[in-house]
Ligand binder design. Sequence first.
Ligand SMILES: Nc1ncnc2c1ncn2[C@@H]1O[C@H](COP(=O)(O)OP(=O)(O)OP(=O)(O)O)[C@@H](O)[C@H]1O
Length: 255
Amino acid sequence: MGDAAPDFLRIAGLSKTYDGARAVDTVSLEIGAGEFVALVGASGSGKSTLLKCVNRLVEPDEGSVQIDGQDTAGLPPAESRRRIGYVFQGIGLFPHLTVAQNIALPSRLESNALSADRIAELLALVELEPEMAQRMPSELSGGQRQRVGVARALSSESHLLLMDEPFGALDPLTRGELGKRVRRLHDQLHLTTVLVTHDMAEALLLATRVLVMDSGRIVADETPAALLSGAGGEVAQALVDVPRAQAEALSGIAR
Ligand SMILES: Nc1ncnc2c1ncn2[C@@H]1O[C@H](COP(=O)(O)OP(=O)(O)OP(=O)(O)O)[C@@H](O)[C@H]1O
């Protein structure tokens, strides 16, 4: 979508079945360089599985994924993952490594050690003090840990950032701040970003494009403005109705 940016991520005919149930059902999708895409949908609609097929934490049964013109099936899965920055639920920081060691890990696997200056720079990008580098993850708040996760995802200097509910379990203020921060980083570093979120308001506020998944398929692909004007069909509009109803209820109280 957008201004004729070249497609950076191309997903073609992708399917993944678990125990006879299709988690992802023949999804085809092109995402241009520089897009910030939010992927929303009910629990179990296939969002995480789709993202994991992109970085090959999950092997698809059918279909292909191309990143910057290169088919990921031609690379060992670990090599594909090193080329992608990702923040996934359940893939947290290593508790026995310091913040600095956690951030440096993807680069160390590439035999490309990160300098202390580079680690400080990555911490600054997510607005953490350089002194945090020597702390253990248990000495950080949940929000600080999630920032370190984002810094680690950015450490490989990949241009593709995949995030699966990266702001989950944060208080709303921190969540809002971290979301805006990630959006600014996306713009500054010219990233292509896919963010899975349960929060339609967050999707509408942060993304340039919103994809809605339902039963393994993409059922809507719209800009936030189009969704707010009523486009995208029934499933998408049911999701947009949630923040819309909240905004109306709040303005009713203020009157
Ligand atoms: N490793 C697995 N083994 C078996 N079934 C799985 C596995 N991972 C996911 N599934 C199933 O695939 C479907 C899609 O799951 P997925 O995690 O992709 O959904 P989701 O949209 O990300 O959900 P949520 O919003 O709850 O995180 C679900 O029915 C889920 O139970």
